[in-house]
Design a protein around this ligand. Sequence first.
Ligand code: GLU
Length: 486
Amino acid sequence: MLHTALKLSKHSGHMSQVVTRFAPSPTGYLHIGGARTALFSWAFAKNQGGKMLLRIEDTDRERSTEAAVVALVDGLKWLGLDWDGEPISQFGRAARHAEVAHELVRLGHAYYCYCSPAELDQMREEARAASKPPRYNGYWRDRDPAEAPAGVAPVIRIKAPLSGDIVVNDHVQGKVVFKAENLDDFIILRSDGTPTYMHAVVVDDYDMGVTHIIRGDDHLTNAARQIVIYNAMGWTVPEMAHIPLIHGPDGAKLSKRHGALGVEAYRQMGYLPAALRNYLARLGWSHGDDEFFTTDQMVEWFSLDALNKGAARFDFVKLENINGHYIREASTDYLYDVMLATAEELDRGFDVDGLKANKATVLAALPELQPRAKTVLELIDLAQFIYASRPLTIDAAASALLTTDSRAILSDMAELLRGLNEWTVPAIDAAMRTLAESKGLKLGKLAQPLRAALTGRTVSPGIFEVMVLIGRDETMARLGDQFGTV
Ligand code: GLU
């Protein structure tokens, strides 16, 4: 499914269109940090009327499975992010990477190195003994290739500058200066002809016509090395924005416990993609104090200069609040579909058939339930009194309300309700008040066992509304379950 050919028009000489890319390594899922990087690359491209491309960095053949690529693509699609053209396989472009490496040799900016592992070990030892960082010492840099040992397949190393500065002018980090003396002549092509990651990224970004690289700041030092390759080829260095990584609420590196999960885990926890987009956008980018914004607004407002330099802290409570907002705003049709899809996907004993059979009632109840839920899972749970099949499972707190006395009252209630001419909230309300008065009880005292019997819980939307929602027959049947026959 991945493409290797690039049919993009690039480097045409005139002011080029903005091209960003998302370049994930397929490690099994779309990580939450990667999702944010993708969102920023996407929003910036859209803001600029440009394109975002997708490159799968699948050179690690052990870890790059087709399933991992599918998981990435699915994660992006669920989040509502799209890209231009087909996803591009980095691995599939190995021949082009090799071609550029050899071109660099021809240009005199790279060279073959024939050092054996033993020689490299010795080099490191010597550096250590001289209290220098263990680096390649340039042994083959200016050596006559005629001295090459027979039968040794060489690697290709780039000639990194020996002195001066390498400057990364970064939209987030500002001007970051790396001393050339700290970079050695790193390998761009291995002896088996495969490219190193550092080299492949540059060749791909160039060939894809990428104008803006937006990625995590763990790649900042790579940027310095990559600039060496750009300069050697005489290619324009793309604009760069290295965004601070996401940390946990305690400031530590994001761990699983903090939320370092794949986006599918967020889907399964019941977060809506629009909410996650809004939340991730706020995690490292801001537009004044705006907490909530639509995706269109984000695209309209997005700029690299508003990316924050400080590390963002992942906060589940904030995410929940944002999600609650989106649940309140969502249409009932959409929410029902998400509830059903979630219930079907998760093997948690949700009554999927009940949810399907009672679609109309669930839809009618949703406006009552929406303000009470922060996640889709809560929504499914809150709606269970509608679709659960009889006899209802009554939770412990509700069971405690269903005493012998209160069951007797439920029986009286059923009697009264059976005689009602209309099944409306005012009619039920009036009947219940009459009953409460005749028993010398407060209305609330009657409502408690009623709620327990009809929903199996102690909390629910207004109980008379519940009765109208589930209808007279179901109400009578559920009451009957508590005191025998109806
Ligand atoms: N494949 C790299 C990663 O997943 C990203 C490389 C890049 O953006 O230049 O971290």
